[in-house]
Design a protein around this ligand. Structure first.
Ligand SMILES: Cc1ncc(C[n+]2csc(CCOP(=O)(O)OP(=O)(O)O)c2C)c(N)n1
Length: 654
């Protein structure tokens, strides 16, 4: 099915993110901008392939994406910005300010949260931000609602003249469900710029009457938002009173868990299904409070609904006991909900027995070989890490620090094949020698963190070893440009290592500014990391092909030499320059013409090739010899360069 198909009433199977894309199409979206981030990326991917009259783009980062969407909404276009949970942190400045006066065209912020941190560095709950910014937040319980609520969000945004957040979760965004298509709004909002639209200096927060008056305006919108939410009934906000002492509030995806739990336990509860965690549909919540003695709030992540419910119960002077993830916690305030967690909580409240189900994964444990995620066969990052490891062993000082970042290369900190590590309480700098690429990264938090923390370690005076900051090309343009300026201006003598594989690989190979194509796969201007860094004042730059292990090692060593030389007055930057192998093969830019094999007689069983970390390299413990998986090998030849006895050679005839 094509996502833009004009077939109201047709039932289709849609992934949650595609359902969101469809909802935006049905709403007549005119501008969409986002930055890749699992589990949100497929919205833009689907829209960029759709034949729709809308501008769809990947932005440099979420802040830019949101600013772009705000611009669209100022001139009246129905606009949407998409991002993952962490991306929302990047838009805070504009979000907290644009609400002072709001927007003209419908503006939807689509955010996919990730309880359980399947793909994320944290479990943050972006609904908190909606509450903080005082904008409505809609939260779907399934894929149908993901579509319908996205569509509704545009109308709501125009009605309130405020941005509206649609909050999804991994389990909705990345699973598929039955969706009935709706009508597509063909009408397009007329674009117009009216400087004083309904309010003097509407689009300038400082313009008279100024930010405080505009903040007051935002408060005046709140009752209207509450009123609008009250009108949202079936199937989104539904109250079922079942003559029980026990009430349950199920927000978004929690509804599925709760329904299942109630059926399994055979208990009667008063149930409020909620699709609007902020603001709450107060009259329904009031009736639930009045009808129940104890209420359990089930929601993913933070107690957003629970806190509001407690507030309302207090205002009502209601003698109701409230349970959730905050106070009287029946579900711990971290990790994802599950059938067992929700059922146990309801059973406890209802005073019935509950025997946990064996999680599905448990049964499979014995059948599946344990494995961790690894870099791909022939991944250029493997070569970069090998070069870095050898360069630091020679010139890194006693305890070098490698500050990692987010991207495929973050696997350099996953610790696979690492030695067993115990906590250490040393006053001295120390770490064990990293052998495999998967042990290289010492610090890692968020996109853009690697360069900044490197600068901080240097400026604090750390000199027990060399300091390296990593960034992929997408990360470099997303988050690191100001840090490069900072390093240059404040003369931080750190090594900035850019792993430029030309794509935003980790999130599914979206184009990065160094790719040269748009979201809609049209050729466009391409930015070169070297040119950009040079124009920002970086004086020492080297570029090397990471498949050439000696070359990348040498480039890093030269950079380290420069940093300790008297002429160094700022950072050195090394670009590991090779397109992502997987993508190059997919696009037929690289076709493997050979594979490599191990000559058993020459193999001394040193396992260096296994340490190298390529998934094609394996070891037979019975024969004490390495071998290369011929299905995985892409013929890059990096392992042949690692082998000390030249036992790895191209396969004859390949
Ligand atoms: C603020 C934020 N936005 C988006 C993401 C999702 N994300 C994870 S890694 C990554 C970029 C990866 O691209 P790149 O830096 O080029 O490295 P590669 O994966 O290609 O090696 C993105 C966008 C994130 N973790 N944080």
């Amino acid at each position: 099915m094509r996502i833009e198909e004009d077939a109201p009433g047709k039932r289709v199977l849609l992934m949650g993110n595609h359902a969101v894309a469809r909802g935006a199409i049905e709403a007549g979206v005119q501008l969409v901008s986002g930055y890749p981030g699992t589990p949100s990326s497929e919205v833009i991917e689907a829209l960029s392939e759709a034949d729709i009259d809308a501008h769809v783009e990947w932005a440099t980062n979420e802040k830019v994406a949101f600013d772009v969407a705000v611009g669209g909404a100022i001139v009246g276009a129905r606009s949407m910005a998409t991002m993952k949970n962490a991306g929302l942190n990047w838009i805070m400045d504009m979000l907290m300010t644009v609400v002072y006066g709001g927007v003209r065209g419908g503006l939807v912020v689509y955010v996919a949260d990730d309880p359980g941190a399947h793909y994320s560095s944290n479990e943050q709950d972006t609904r908190m931000v909606a509450m903080y910014a005082k904008i409505p937040c809609l939260e779907p319980a399934n894929q149908q609602e993901a579509k319908d609520l996205t569509k509704m969000a545009f109308d709501l945004s125009e009605r309130l003249e405020l941005p509206v957040m649609v909050r999804s979760l991994t389990r909705i965004s990345h699973s598929s469900g039955d969706v009935t298509l709706g009508e597509i709004r063909r009408e397009r909002n007329r674009l117009a710029f009216d400087r004083h639209w309904k309010m003097p200096y509407r689009w300038n927060v400082y313009g008279p009457p100024g930010p405080v008056a505009k903040h007051k305006w935002l408060f005046e919108q709140l009752p209207k938002a509450k009123e609008a939410v009250e009108e949202i009934g079936e199937p989104f906000n539904v109250l079922e009173l079942n003559d029980s002492d026990v009430g349950v509030v199920a927000c978004g995806i929690a509804y599925g868990y709760v329904r299942e739990a109630v059926e399994r336990l055979g208990v009667k509860v008063n149930l409020l299904k909620l699709a609007t965690p902020f603001p709450l549909p107060e009259s329904k919540v009031r009736r639930l409070i009045e009808s129940s003695k104890k209420i359990l709030v089930v929601e993913e992540n933070e107690p957003v609904v629970e806190l509001q419910l407690r507030d309302l119960a207090q205002r009502m002077h209601a003698a109701v006991e409230i349970y959730g993830r905050h106070k009287n916690s029946l579900i711990e305030p971290y990790d994802e909900l599950s059938h067992n967690r929700v059922t146990a909580a309801i059973a406890k409240l209802a005073g019935v027995e509950f025997k946990p189900l064996k999680p599905a994964g448990e049964a499979l444990k014995d059948l599946v070989a344990p494995r961790s995620s690894m870099l791909c066969a022939g991944c250029p990052h493997l070569g970069t890490y090998w070069g870095l490891k050898l360069a630091l062993a020679r010139k890194g000082g006693k305890v070098p620090i490698v500050n990692g970042d987010i991207g495929c290369y973050e696997q350099g900190g996953y610790g696979i094949v690492a030695k067993k590590v115990e906590p250490s309480f040393s006053e001295e700098s120390r770490k064990y020698i990293a052998e495999a690429p998967y042990e290289m990264i010492d610090t890692n938090y968020i996109m853009g963190g690697g360069f900044g923390t490197s600068i901080g370690e240097f400026q604090a005076g750390y000199r027990d070893g060399r300091i390296v900051g990593l960034a992929g090309d997408s990360t470099f343009f997303h988050a690191d440009l100001p840090a490069v300026v900072e390093a240059v201006v404040n003369k931080a003598r750190v090594l900035l290592l850019v792993l430029d594989n030309r794509w935003t690989a980790m999130t599914g190979h979206q184009p990065s500014p160094s790719t040269g194509i748009t979201a809609r796969r049209q050729p466009t201007n391409r930015l070169d990391v070297e040119e950009v860094a040079r124009s920002m004042g970086v004086r020492f730059i080297r570029r090397a092909d990471p498949w050439d292990l000696k070359a990348i090692q040498q480039a890093i060593e030269e950079a380290l030499d420069y940093l300790s030389s008297p002429e160094a007055d700022g950072p050195a930057l090394v670009i590991a320059d090779r397109v992502c192998t997987l993508q190059a093969m997919r696009l037929k830019e690289y076709r493997p013409t050979r594979t490599y094999v191990v000559i058993p007689d020459k193999c001394i069983g040193c396992r260096l090739c296994v340490q190298f970390g390529c998934p094609a390299n394996a070891f037979n413990v019975d024969t004490n010899k390495a071998f290369i998986d011929q299905v995985l090998c892409v013929g890059c030849g990096m392992c042949a360069q690692v082998c000390p006895t030249d036992a790895i050679v191209p396969k004859e005839g390949s």
